[in-house]
Design a protein around this ligand. Structure first.
Ligand code: ADP
Ligand code: ZN
Ligand code: ZN
Length: 742
């Protein structure tokens, strides 16, 4: 019998093979392909139009029953089609990597060696005296300190490059000890789950639950617009109680980033125990495969995870929940470039399942769907227990008194507010959405800025590593001593990052216990977890970090949130800059005042009158959505249109320009012939970041209010365009519904 097999190759077609009779769709097979052996999936009956003279038999059928159930295959087909990606590439992304390497399980180690700090060195002068010229010891101490006081030894030595001698010196000087720590195979499995009696839904929650489950139009997705602290999680839990607990169906719960939402996970596990499989990026291939099989075999019926959990192999889905539906992390940044919120809606419709999209700051797209009647809307306008939303006060950086010296990053009112919290034992969150120490190094004489040699972005100064680092390609170099352009030695470090704020905070509040949470302190497995549990246990007074700390945390002890610089995201050349700024400010403000002691928010900004900031200060989500929807109309951005961002890249700049001009001309001809006036081309032009990892980048945009037309043009481009001869090696990426144009 002949079938089509989807292979994980960047070609937009399937391949015909012969399989034993009775082999069903979704079965994994190994096939000979151009002298190689590849793993693929049976995708359907053979294409009758194909030449059947040269059909080869598959090497092996790898499983007795298909790994891809019907409903999942249908979702993968939809994904391939909409996101203009080969089906085999989608299947590979949708299934655990373990399935491509059967039988090999990475061994899980049972204990790990950690370095735990035993001394505190609160004052900078104390630190200078202790470490003197031992800068590596100091850097190591400060890394472990920022990571919450404990760090994996292998991570310190292998990933961060500290020598054993440095670690041993810290131990010899009684600043730290080595300890063996039992490794939980999966810390989420051992989370202290809320086992107490579940809270009784408030009247508002009960109404929301009824509207979601029993609304006459229950088959439309529901946008659950609930202010921060309004108890959206309990609504999700009650929806699942009905769908899974009573009706015995399955469910998927998507969260933006699982390491940042341990509390949400704990609540689901507390309620549904072993029915829940937690899928997250820190799982090893073996662990992921175990979780996946448990779902496939129906031993677990609720999958919780980040975006890829939308592909969980659950046969009978009764509900799909997307928490914080506005989050950019739901968009995958490599092929297939799917948006998990979109797939959640599609998959729920296939299964006749309830679909709930929850947020305090919904995306413009979802809001637009509410206004057009495609989604229905349920609101939770107040916090649980009638706690007020915290008052937000703006500190205008253009006129504010600085703490001390012109380099100070904390203004006097913010310093005073933090001091008050420290005095009464309450906790503070400080947000700065920029990591590193200084975001660029500039020559005072000629103004030259140090750039990455491979990417057109400035290098960020990381003080504790003593390195300039590129945040796009990880290129590192030693700090310069003189300007390469003019030879001057007057260099200034500009643009404050979290590392610098941390030093400033440590200096200003020497007695405070501080932790920093950003990409640099959380690269170890479970590092997020350690910092957050220490914060939850009250062992940290000030938690400082990037947008990581703005999401979903529910810590009643936090009475102050300070935003060090609200303008960071606003200055990016991206059409979502205002939306991101509003969301980030509203979300981080929502971490304050969740307990009986109340709370307050202080926002440092140079743009106090910008509507994104002004609306966040007033907690005015409706006002923001109205205004931003208007702002997007004239330039023709989503939600009024759909976008396709086409990026062409290559090592040779001239070749990239030629290819971009050629591709946009080619696509323009297609539009004229097939969709005249329905799809609009803009560009080509250099991308805002026009070089990454040594590759030049040009792009053009296709936009249309008609998704079908946009899809047809995009498909023609992805499958039909060939780079012109002489352009050299160029790569084309077609990104549908991009979340960023950088
Ligand atoms: P959101 O996700 O909307 O910001 P959460 O779901 O985190 O809010 O809920 C905020 C807090 O309110 C949590 O500590 C939660 O346990 C509590 N809570 C939610 N619903 C109720 C209720 N009906 N009664 C008492 N406490 C509740
Ligand atoms: Zn210079
Ligand atoms: Zn770079």
């Amino acid at each position: 019998m002949y079938v089509e097999v989807a292979l994980p190759l960047p070609v937009h077609r399937t391949f015909t093979y012969e399989v034993p009779a009775g082999t069903v769709i979704g079965t994994r097979v190994r096939v000979p392909f151009a002298g190689r052996r590849l793993i693929g999936w049976v995708a359907g009956p053979a294409d009758a139009a194909r030449d059947v003279e040269r059909v080869l038999p598959v090497d092996a059928v790898l499983e007795p029953s298909p790994s891809v159930p019907d409903g999942l295959m249908r979702l993968c087909r939809w994904t391939a089609d909409y996101y203009l990606t080969p089906l085999g590439v989608v299947l590979r992304a949708a299934l655990p990597a373990g399935l491509s390497r059967p039988g090999r399980r990475p061994p899980a180690s049972r204990t790990r060696r950690v370095l735990r700090l035993t001394a505190e060195l609160p004052s900078l002068t104390g630190r200078d005296a202790t470490f003197g010229r031992a800068t590596r010891q100091r850097a190591c101490f400060e890394y472990v300190e920022a990571a919450g006081g404990r760090a994996d030894v292998r991570h310190l030595t292998e990933r961060l490059g500290f020598s054993r001698t440095v670690l041993r010196s810290l131990v010899a000087r009684r600043l730290a000890v080595f300890e063996d720590e039992a490794v939980e195979r999966d810390p989420f499995a051992a989370l202290p789950s809320d086992t107490g009696p579940p809270p009784v839904p408030t009247a508002a929650q009960a109404a929301a639950i009824r509207a979601i489950l029993d609304g006459e139009d229950g088959r439309r997705p529901t946008l659950l617009l609930g202010v921060t602290g309004s108890g959206k999680t309990l609504v999700y839990l009650e929806v699942l109680e009905r769908v899974v607990g009573r009706d015995g169906r399955g469910a998927i719960v998507l969260v933006p980033e699982i390491a940042l939402t341990p509390q949400t996970v704990a609540r689901f596990r507390g309620r549904f125990g072993d029915t829940v499989a937690v899928l997250h990026s820190a799982l090893s291939d073996g662990e992921r495969y175990d979780a996946w099989r448990a779902l496939r075999e129906g031993r677990r019926r609720i999958a919780i995870g980040a975006r890829s959990a939308v592909f969980a192999p659950i046969a009978d889905i009764g509900a799909i929940i997307v928490d914080e539906e506005h989050e950019a992390t739901y968009k995958q940044s490599e092929a297939p470039r799917y948006h998990a919120r979109e797939l959640a809606i599609v998959r729920a419709a296939f299964h006749g399942a309830v679909c709930v999209l929850g947020s305090a700051t919904p995306s413009l797209e979802s809001w637009h769907n509410v206004e057009r009647g495609k989604f229905h809307k349920v609101e939770l306008p107040a916090r649980v227990g009638d706690r007020p939303l915290p008052p937000v006060r703006v500190i205008d950086l253009r006129s504010a008194p600085r703490g001390d010296g012109q380099r100070a990053v904390l203004t006097e009112p913010l310093v005073t507010a933090v001091e008050e919290r420290l005095a009464c034992g309450e906790q503070t969150i400080l947000l700065l959405n920029r990591r590193g120490y200084s975001s660029f190094v500039q020559c005072r004489a000629c103004g030259d800025v140090w750039h990455c040699p491979h990417c057109n972005v400035s290098l960020t100064w990381h003080r504790s590593r003593r390195r300039l680092l590129c945040h796009y390609c990880m290129h590192e170099k030693a700090p310069p001593s003189v300007c390469g352009a003019c030879g001057s030695d007057a260099l200034s470090y500009r643009g404050v990052g979290t590392e610098q704020v941390e030093r400033e905070v440590a200096r200003t509040f020497p007695a405070a216990r501080i932790a920093r949470m950003d990409v640099d302190t959380t690269s170890a497995r479970w590092a997020h977890h350690e910092i957050l549990s220490r914060f939850g246990a009250g062992e940290i007074d000030i938690l400082l970090g990037t947008q990581m700390i703005a999401k979903g945390l529910d810590f009643p002890g936090v009475t102050l949130v300070g935003v060090v610089d609200a303008d960071v995201a606003m200055n990016l050349p991206d059409f979502r800059a205002s939306e991101r700024t509003f969301q980030l400010l509203t979300q981080v403000a929502g971490r304050a005042g969740r307990g009986p002691a109340g709370g307050a928010v202080l926002v440092q900004t140079s743009l106090p009158h910008h509507y994104a900031i002004a609306c966040a200060v007033r907690h005015d989500v409706h006002g923001f959505l109205r205004r931003e929807t208007d702002e997007r109309r004239a330039p023709g951005y989503p939600p009024h249109t759909r976008l396709l961002n086409v990026v062409i890249s290559g090592a040779d700049e001239g070749g990239v320009v030629r290819a971009a001009v050629d591709a946009s001309g080619w696509v323009e001809a297609v539009i004229r012939r097939t969709e005249p006036g329905r799809v609009v081309l803009t560009g080509p032009a250099p991308c805002p970041v026009d070089r990454i990892r040594g590759r030049w980048r040009w792009h053009f945009l296709l936009r249309s209010a008609a998704p079908g037309a946009l899809g047809r043009v995009g498909r023609a481009l992805a499958t039909g365009w060939q780079a012109p001869a002489g352009a050299g090696e160029v790569r084309i990426v077609v990104d549908r519904d991009p979340v960023t144009l950088l």
